[in-house]
Design a binder for this molecule. Structure first.
Ligand code: A1EG2
Ligand code: FE2
Length: 317
């Protein structure tokens, strides 16, 4: 086993925003650093912790964690559609091992993934089939949420399996830090939104376009300071990132979902992918160190945007 980790925020607004050249160039610099890190590491396998935004997982049956044995990109926001290259046999052994380790985890023989899983693969590797990847869904948008200590335990169970796997594995955690994009909420949903949240699989092109346009318009208003969504919280984001880089992951155990959303917006729960992946890293390798870290609050993307790369302490300089 040899491990490396990349955590990165995502935003489908990257392709649809009015962010300035300066902002996009700055962000591209961070993507470049993460891309070089991934290329240097040259993984045999990617283990990708990702949220879903009501494209593959719905309230009809909402797990907290799900390991994909096969997976397909749905192509929202022009993200790449089609099958991922999932090594099914390893995914099966991973799931069995996580269960034996004491964390109840769903499996999917036909997972559908959205920009949350696809965007980091596109940015780091140029596409969804460039490398074998095991996608792992972590519920980050649909309350109620697993307690943070459970997210940690899940990550460690994944790490315990990877420790004994004979492969170079790149862990990825995908998702924003503080942010509050207008994803429909079950408690305030209209009749039509309720249908989407319950089982909105495979919407018509028109329905998808309308839904996405709402988010694109909200981003433009937010950048002008006019949207009715929660502000980004750079202080919270920086503190969260410094806890992860400190290695003291148990400091996150008692964070409650309500406090997190109150401080950093409803979609800040996407940090659960960072927490799971860091716990996996720590369980597999022991001490780790950050080798690159970028942060910038980017309202045009509705994202406190972070990019970090991490190696085991004993991996050399
Ligand atoms: O329409 C959606 O599905 C939400 C899109 C979205 C926007 C900003 C940051 C994100 O992380 C994100 O996922
Ligand atoms: Fe997201």
């Amino acid at each position: 086993m040899t491990l490396a980790l990349v955590n990165m925020s995502h935003s489908p607004l990257l392709q649809f925003s009015e962010a300035s050249r300066e902002v996009l160039d700055d962000l591209d610099g961070a993507f470049g650093a993460a891309r070089r890190f991934a290329a240097d590491f040259d993984p045999d396998l990617i283990v990708l912790f990702a949220p879903d935004h009501y494209n593959g997982f719905f309230y009809e049956l909402m797990p907290q964690f799900c390991i994909g044995y096969e997976a397909t990109g749905v192509g929202d926001y022009d993200s790449e559609a089609g099958p991922l290259d999932v090594p099914t046999e390893i995914a099966q052994r991973l799931a069995a091992s996580v269960l034996v380790d004491g964390v109840d985890c769903a499996i999917s023989l036909k997972m559908e993934v959205d920009h949350g899983a696809v965007q980091p693969l596109e940015i780091l590797f140029g596409g969804i089939t460039a490398k074998p990847v095991i996608p792992i869904f972590v519920n980050c948008v649909a309350p109620p949420f697993a307690p943070m200590r459970r997210v940690g335990a899940f990550g460690r169970a994944v790490g315990n399996f990877l420790r004994d796997l004979d492969a170079r594995v790149l862990l990825i955690g995908s998702g924003g830090l503080s942010h509050d994009p207008p994803v429909p909420q079950i408690v305030t949903a209209t009749e039509e939104q309720r249908k989407l949240l319950l089982n909105g699989r495979h919407p018509t092109a028109a329905a998808r376009a309308a839904r996405q346009q709402r988010v694109i318009d909200a981003a433009k208003a937010f950048a002008r300071g006019e949207a009715n969504i929660r502000d980004l919280n750079p202080k919270w984001d920086r503190e969260f990132m410094s806890i992860l880089s400190s290695g003291q992951l148990d400091r996150l155990d008692d964070w409650t979902a309500e406090e997190m959303a109150a401080e950093a917006g409803k979609s800040c729960h996407e940090v659960r992918t960072w927490v799971a992946s860091h716990n996996a890293m720590k369980a597999a390798v022991g001490e780790y160190r950050s080798t690159f870290s970028y942060y910038r609050p980017i309202p045009e993307l509705i994202a406190g945007f972070g990019v970090t790369t991490v190696l085991p302490v004993d991996a050399g300089a």
